[in-house]
Design a protein around this ligand. Structure first.
Ligand code: ACM
Length: 686
């Protein structure tokens, strides 16, 4: 920013222009990059800056609100942490004297809902910053933007650039599902993830709390649920209330999910009388779809559900309760003569219709307790009223179909974090497809989306690196205008956001290194890290196919340390792209490319020494060898290109064979650098 001749440029986000504010640096045309994620609806940089010094003060105009004060206090502590400066505690009386002037009209809704006003405006000039919002939640959102604006100047001073921000979310429902059933997640994991969510303006924690593999909440009315269905790993009601308050302080709703009628085994361990078969039932330790299902034909089941949901409705203030409803295969229904008789007597044709019957009775129960119902796609059957919300895990299309039928919906297909896909892949999915064919009124029924962190392969040590930083990119998809979709710029900002998220104790960047040290049994992890940095866990549901896992399987292999979106592989891809674009000289980025490839080629024999000390690494030893050979092919390709000599088709085919062999997963990880290596080899043979 120093020596810059700043021009004011309004960024028009809705016209598809890149969401970067442009300005001129001296005589050199440049780009005014910012680090905001999610990108606001509109942002306009101006000349000047507001210095951030220890004399920085804050004043609040509007009604006194403890939640507001606490949010501002947290923001100030984070600014201190970023800058090393110590600020005066508390607030100044007169707004005119304050560096940060916050005007908040009121606290907002007593119980936050999708109708909450989250908008804010932020104006920074060289004298002060003004943050204006109708609600505390709006201020909370604006403070995150303010913090992300902080920059360090070369003159040894931190500052906020002069700017005008007008901002509100594109979608009102922006969630993260955390499955605490397949593996239990302690409260501190939930809290640090709530902090991360607030930092990127997410507003719903969808808490998946019961499953075949565990029932995770203390029920006072039906204590056998947690006593027999959780291995002692459940949240007390006090802990739940604590999490709800923690979330509310950050403008986040907590929507609990108790999946039914299927995914119900853990309930039936203590209450087999609710099941469609006599039992006995045991907590499932494996993954998949099981037959266990509530018996939808017996009044006793609904009496229990009425009491249970009554207890849950009182515990969770959110207007919405999630009833799951997915993957009920009907097997335990069709193999029960009494259930079949019931269906015949009532004229219920098929298990889907029986599930609709169950859902209708469940809906009446939720309504009685003052709650709205959310469920997965499968609940969408004729005869269900329009006031339910459908969460689509099957696709944009099914969400659009639900909207056409008049149902509100949220999208999760495309945002499954357990698929181990890149941030860019998720980022490219919009809750409303470009060609959805929805009328504006129907599009308005799409409330937003949720990233889903299913828990089969996550423990407290690996969850953060699966959720973050990719979820920040998804959060931007839900908040920012549709036109904000430049993946390259997203990755640039994601790098910074990823580091900022560590302020909350999130361990996505540190836990993988901890696991590498455990794998090595040593602090010397250089060779293992070389491999770990260029592999990714196998995608979609490939994990578990070759090595069937259970709830007891340790999550400490290389696949658990590997990141789902390898930075090193992305960097390599960029280097190759720039190198090949520099034809016929082939000099751009060559040194870096050769250094990288050389390091990979030379991974042996050091990797073998690590394997000799740590047999747990045996399974990936072949991959280190493959990487070495593949890198060697890449180095040969660089040499041919540099000499401007064609390598010929025989050479090409033999190298492509090496690369193809190297792409086979080992130990449930795969090399993430094969495509750019192929591009090098093909280019060298032309
Ligand atoms: C789901 O993935 N079965 C909701």
């Amino acid at each position: 920013m120093k020596n810059c001749l700043c021009l004011v440029i309004t960024v028009c986000l809705t016209s598809g222009v890149s969401p970067l504010a442009r300005q001129t640096f001296g005589s050199t045309p440049g780009v005014r990059l910012h680090n905001l994620m999610p990108v606001p609806e509109s942002i306009e940089f101006k000349q000047g800056r507001l210095p951030f010094r220890s004399s920085f003060t804050t004043a609040i105009t509007g009604p006194v609100d403890k939640r507001l004060e606490a949010a501002i206090d947290r923001a100030m502590r984070r600014l201190e942490g970023k800058t090393g400066l110590t600020l005066a505690r508390g607030f100044v009386e007169s707004s005119a004297d304050a560096t940060l002037q916050i005007e908040c009209s009121g606290p907002g809704m007593a119980v936050q809902s999708p109708e909450e006003d989250e908008s804010y405006s932020l104006d920074v000039d060289s004298a002060c910053a003004r943050l204006i919002a109708a609600t505390t939640v709006g201020v909370i959102r604006g403070l995150e933007t303010f913090l992300q604006l902080l920059e360090g100047g070369r003159d040894g001073e931190y500052f906020f650039p002069s700017v005008t921000v007008r901002d509100k979310p594109r979608f009102v429902w922006r969630g993260l599902l955390i499955d605490c059933c397949r593996h239990f997640q302690p409260i501190e994991v939930i809290k640090r993830n709530l902090d991360g969510m607030a930092a990127v303006k997410l507003n719903v924690l969808h808490w998946h709390l019961s499953e075949d593999q565990g029932f995770r909440v203390e029920s006072k009315r039906f204590p056998k649920l947690q006593q027999m269905g959780s291995d002692g790993l459940f949240y007390s009601q006090q802990q739940i209330r604590d999490v709800i308050n923690y979330a509310r302080d950050r403008g986040i709703r907590v929507v609990p999910e108790f999946d039914m009628p299927g995914h119900i085994t853990s309930w039936l361990v203590g209450h087999p009388e609710l099941g469609s078969q006599p039992g006995p039932y045991h907590i499932e330790r494996r993954w998949g779809v099981f037959n266990a299902s509530l018996d939808p034909t017996r009044d006793h089941v609904y009496k229990v559900l009425d009491k249970f949901w009554g207890e849950i409705a009182a515990l969770f203030p959110d207007p919405y309760m999630h009833i799951g409803g997915d993957e009920n295969n009907g097997e335990d229904w069709t193999s029960n003569e009494k259930i079949k008789e019931f269906m015949e007597k009532k004229g219920i044709r098929g298990t889907q219709a029986l599930q609709t019957y169950f859902n209708q009775r469940l809906l009446a129960i939720l309504k009685k307790h003052g709650k709205k119902m959310v469920g997965w796609d499968e609940i969408l059957q004729p005869d269900l009223p329009r006031d339910i919300v459908v969460q689509s895990w099957r696709g944009q299309k099914s969400l659009a179909e639900a909207a056409k039928k008049g149902y509100q919906g949220i999208l999760s297909n495309g945002y499954y974090l357990d698929h181990m896909l890149s941030a860019a892949t998720h980022y490219a999915v919009d809750p409303i497809a470009e060609n959805s064919g929805l009328e504006p009124s129907q599009a308005g029924l799409v409330l937003g989306g949720e990233a889903c962190m299913w828990g089969e392969y996550i423990g407290p040590e690996t969850i953060d690196s699966r959720v973050w930083p990719r979820t920040a990119a998804i959060a931007e998809r839900f908040w920012s205008p549709r036109s904000v979709k430049d993946a390259k710029d997203m990755y640039r900002r994601l790098e910074r956001v990823s580091v900022e998220l560590e302020e909350f104790g999130l361990r996505h960047n540190s836990d993988p290194d901890v696991l590498l040290r455990r794998l090595a049994g040593s602090t010397d992890t250089a060779a293992i890290k070389t491999l770990a940095d260029v592999v990714e866990p196998v995608k979609h549901y490939v994990r578990g196919q070759a090595f069937p896992a259970t709830q007891f399987t340790p999550l400490t292999r290389l696949v658990d340390a590997a990141r789902p979106d390898s930075r090193e592989a992305r960097r390599f891809g960029r280097l190759v792209e720039e190198f090949l674009a520099d034809a016929p000289r082939f000099s751009a980025r060559r040194d870096e490319l050769v250094e990288m490839l050389g390091r990979w080629r030379d991974i042996e024999p050091e990797f073998q020494i690590a394997v000799d000390q740590s047999p747990i690494l045996d399974e990936v030893a072949p991959l280190a060898l493959s990487l070495s050979k593949a890198a060697d092919a890449g180095l040969e390709a660089v040499t041919f290109l540099r000499k401007q000599a064609s390598a010929g088709v025989d050479w090409r085919d033999s190298k492509l064979k090496i690369l193809s062999d190297a792409s086979a997963p080992k130990g449930e990880v795969e090399l993430a650098v094969i495509s750019p290596l192929k591009a090098l080899v093909v280019a060298a043979s032309q």
